[in-house]
Design a protein around this ligand. Structure first.
Ligand SMILES: NC(=O)c1ccc[n+]([C@@H]2O[C@H](COP(=O)([O-])OP(=O)(O)OC[C@H]3O[C@@H](n4cnc5c(N)ncnc54)[C@H](OP(=O)(O)O)[C@@H]3O)[C@@H](O)[C@H]2O)c1
Length: 322
């Protein structure tokens, strides 16, 4: 089947919109993609900074699709496996190696389709799957968040970070954020955050301890040299969930970690059970994803450039249908 798609043909290339020959597996259905959304993963793959890249590749792990007249979002965590605690050896993510949603149509096993939450627009629904799932697991399945806890979320401009903030606020927690931008902090406060700090300040940890005290749960995707400040702001029994390593290797004070009986928990996307619970939570609390901007499928490279610069606040969405 020929499909119009944004395809990266070889290493070092950006995607280009072409007619692509898709070989449809017997296990899959073919659905029309209405909207899709970017994740940082797409940018890592474009930059060649991701494991096991196979070319040609159609990126796009998030999609809102139409199938037999109904709208569905796709769980992009494929073949999670048998354990809630961790993914199995067959685990993969929609949009490399399998063909993703930056195309007119996508092939997917019907079991990964979930009814679109009714309170969301098409753009909002497409923004939800990967980032919502990652935020849900990091907060609830891994950090075992309790309501009334004090929560810190770093890099609030990020797609996952904003979901984590919205979920924790909806759950009744007091949420503080960090960013490189005061404007993003102000926007987070307008959405219900209790306050925010610039991670570019060398003494951010001291500012936090002095003004609002230590944090019970910390959600981070940066790692890097700034990670030590996150360990410094842990409360007794704190949990740090880390799902990304944008800033590379981290070092920190082990003394602070063990004295506080704190834990560092790695988290990656989530199981089908996490996905189902995430959708239930979004429906129950009528959470609406924060959309930074919307591009058309033919403007995918502009959308990727926007993410590269890092100026976004929330999800960058693609309208696949003109
Ligand atoms: N393991 C998983 O399952 C999983 C799932 C999703 C994402 N990830 C990873 O998590 C990271 C974020 O993904 P995303 O899709 O949410 O990306 P994104 O929307 O592009 O957001 C990236 C954010 O990182 C923040 N940031 C940059 N430098 C920072 C620093 N030194 N300290 C704190 N925050 C910093 C920025 O926040 P400000 O703009 O506020 O400064 C930026 O908005 C990526 O590395 C991605 O690969 C992993």
């Amino acid at each position: 089947m020929k499909v119009r798609a944004q395809v990266i043909k070889e290493e070092g290339e950006y995607p280009s919109l072409i007619d692509y020959q898709m070989n449809v597996s017997d296990q899959n259905i073919v659905a029309e993609v209405i909207c899709s959304a970017l994740n940082h993963r797409d940018l890592w793959i474009v930059k060649g900074q991701y494991g096991r890249i196979k070319y040609p590749v159609i990126l796009g792990s998030d999609g809102l699709v139409k199938y037999e007249g109904k709208k569905y979002i796709i769980n992009p965590g494929l073949e999670w496996g048998d354990h809630q605690a961790y993914q199995g050896p067959e685990f993969d993510i929609l949009g490399m190696p399998s063909e993703g949603c930056f195309a007119e149509k996508v092939q997917i096993n019907e079991g990964y389709l979930y009814q679109k939450p009714e309170h969301l627009s098409d753009e909002q629904a497409a923004a939800l799957p990967l980032a919502g799932l990652t935020a849900y697991r990091a907060l609830f399945s891994r950090a075992q968040l309790k309501n009334n806890e004090q929560v810190f979320i770093s890099g609030i401009g990020g797609g996952v970070a904003l979901f984590a903030m919205q979920f924790a606020i909806a759950y009744g927690c007091e949420v503080y954020v960090s960013s490189s931008s005061q404007d993003k902090i102000d926007r987070a406060i307008a959405l219900g955050a209790a306050g925010g700090f610039l991670y570019t300040d060398d003494d951010m940890d001291k500012q936090i301890l002095k003004s609002v005290g230590p944090m019970d749960v910390i959600i981070d995707s940066a790692g890097g040299p700034g990670f030590s400040k996150l360990v410094n702001i842990t409360s007794k029994g704190a949990r740090i969930s880390i799902y990304g390593g944008t800033q590379g290797k981290a070092s920190f004070s082990p003394q602070r970690l063990f004295w506080n009986q704190a834990s560092i928990l790695g988290s990656t996307m989530g199981s089908p059970d996490d996905f189902e619970k995430m959708i239930q939570f979004v429906n129950a609390h009528k959470i609406k994803p924060v959309i930074d901007s919307v591009f058309h499928l033919q403007e995918l490279n502009q959308a990727l450039e926007k993410m590269k610069v890092g100026g976004q606040f929330g999800k960058i969405v693609i309208k696949n249908k003109a």
